[in-house]
Ligand binder design. Structure first.
Ligand code: SAH
Ligand code: SF4
Ligand code: F3S
Length: 470
């Protein structure tokens, strides 16, 4: 399967890569700047875009002002995300005016949305390149066309649904890596644009995932996060069955010192087999991101989530029993159309019961083309913000109390960088992915370290290393 996909488009692109490289050499070098909005899927795509750019002979610029090519990889999940992109693209006009010959490109999820592309085409004439999520691998071709005089390149088709293995990847970090295992989403939650902008669900072959994971471990990466909009439906349509727990077990068998994480799990597809696999794993972090979205069965049904609050909670109970140290996080949408005060209280009750370690809460944002956008009884903004504040306050209390219990405990953490503006301190994460401010020297970065938690707050822990033998 992989080999066939490899043959579909990449040789052509390899040729275009070489042609762009020759053009860049002729011009004495060109610099590219990539900025990423949105989720880890986009971050991972940008790592492939950067890989392609380096392959073409671009060097990477540290700031847009220094670049000959600016690429914004955009997100369409909420209106706020889109508005930020429009604002930031508007600001590029002045930069481009000072740097004639500079090219500006937009890609990613927003570019699969008709209204966004129309607005760019009409109001932002200085944007040279627009391409969607399905044709990312054709970047060499697009740049070749621009560099040889084509005025504007616009490619937003959805017909290319193959997975193109073999693209070069340039990762920003050396310690933590994103590893996509599947693309797209088939769930059509009624509020969400992802199925429209990312297309149908398709999984990478387990061999391809394993090969990339093994190479990462061998290169010294200490944490690998498997990515997919709904990792638990991994493997749908494979001729030889390999579900997500089976994939996890395969990667867990790799030798080396690393943590394996994954996101996102849709509760309707997360199984007890998944939990058992996590509990038995050697490398699998006991950490689960399980977005619940709402605690009301009526709202969950209107969202097309296909589980009930009780079914969700019974999985949480099972997971906590199997892994007492489990760290659990979630996403919640506040103010879905028609959400009553009582239904919101059901969400608060579920949050109390689930005892999340962390939460991402969002004000419902109507997205063009989704069923929820057309639903009646849209919740007024003031009501949404009040509910949001109440939810966040509850979560803060829960997280504070949970973290307080960690005070004085010894844990293993992975330091991943220096604290900006705080000499003598590192940033680190626990196995549960809780943020730690660690008093230690930079030689610890990338090395698993035993620490003692010295103080605990709602959003982070402070810690110091435990000296061997202490
Ligand atoms: N595939 C993942 C998450 C995708 S988007 C999942 O199913 O859980 C990340 C989060 O953004 C979602 O979990 C949801 O809480 C939020 N979200 C998605 N669409 C939204 C919208 N229209 N308004 C507000 N929040 C939204
Ligand atoms: Fe969106 Fe639902 Fe798919 Fe997640 S599962 S990406 S929320 S449609
Ligand atoms: Fe945004 Fe696309 Fe991710 S819409 S959240 S970048 S899949």
């Amino acid at each position: 399967m992989e080999t066939k996909q490899f043959q579909t488009a990449l040789p052509e692109q390899a040729l275009q890569c070489a042609q762009v490289r020759a053009l860049i050499e002729e011009r004495g070098g060109l610099r590219a700047y990539v900025h990423t909005y949105g989720c880890q899927q986009n971050v991972s795509d940008s790592e492939r875009l950067q890989g392609l750019l380096l392959e073409m002979g671009y060097s990477l610029a540290g700031a847009p002002e220094d670049a000959d090519l600016i690429l914004y990889n955009t997100c369409a999940i909420r209106e706020h995300a889109e508005n930020r992109v429009f604002g930031n693209v508007g600001a590029l006009k002045a930069i481009k005016a000072r740097r004639p010959g500079m090219k500006i490109g937009l890609c990613g999820c927003m570019m699969q949305q008709e209204h966004a592309v129309q607005r760019i085409l009409e109001k932002y004439p200085f944007v040279d390149l627009i391409f969607g999520t399905h044709v990312l691998h054709r970047l060499p071709e697009f740049l070749y066309r621009l560099l040889t005089g084509e005025k504007r390149v616009v490619e937003t088709g959805t017909e290319d649904t193959a997975i193109h293995e073999g693209l070069p990847v340039h990762r920003d970090g050396r310690i933590k890596a994103w590893l996509p295992v599947m693309y797209g989403c088939d769930n059509f939650c009624t509020y969400c644009v992802v199925p429209y902008v990312r297309g149908r669900e398709r999984s990478r072959a387990p061999e391809a995932v394993e090969r990339e994971a093994r190479a990462l471990v061998q290169a010294g990466y200490r944490e690998i996060t498997l990515l997919g909009q709904n990792v638990n439906s991994y493997g749908k349509g494979f001729s030889e069955p390999c579900g997500f727990p089976a994939l996890l077990r395969r990667l867990d068998a790799l030798e080396g010192e690393f943590w394996l994480r994954f996101m996102t799990s849709h509760p309707k597809d997360a199984t007890r087999e998944l939990i058992d696999t996590m509990a038995a794993g050697r490398h699998i972090a006991r950490q689960l991101h399980l977005p619940v979205q709402s605690g009301s069965d009526r709202v969950l049904a209107a969202m097309n989530r296909r589980y009930t609050a009780e079914r969700y909670l019974s999985l949480v109970r099972y997971a906590r029993e199997a892994m007492p140290s489990l760290t659990l996080s979630t996403d919640i949408i506040v103010g879905f159309p028609g959400e009553t005060e009582e239904e919101f209280r059901e969400t608060l009750a579920l949050v109390k019961e689930a005892q999340y370690d962390s939460m991402f809460a969002f004000l419902y944002s109507p997205r063009p083309g989704t069923p929820a956008e057309k639903m009646e009884n849209q919740v007024p903004h003031e009501v949404k913000t009040r509910r949001f504040a109440e939810l966040m306050q509850l979560q803060e209390e829960i997280a504070k109390a949970k973290n307080r219990r960690l005070q004085g405990q010894r844990l293993r953490v992975l330091p991943d960088g220096v604290q900006p503006h705080q000499p003598g301190f590192l940033t680190a994460r626990t196995e549960g992915n809780i943020f730690v401010n660690l008093a230690a020297s930079p030689d610890r970065i990338g090395r698993f370290t035993e620490v003692e938690i010295t103080s605990a707050h709602a959003w982070m822990l402070k810690a110091k290393p435990v000296e061997p033998g202490a």
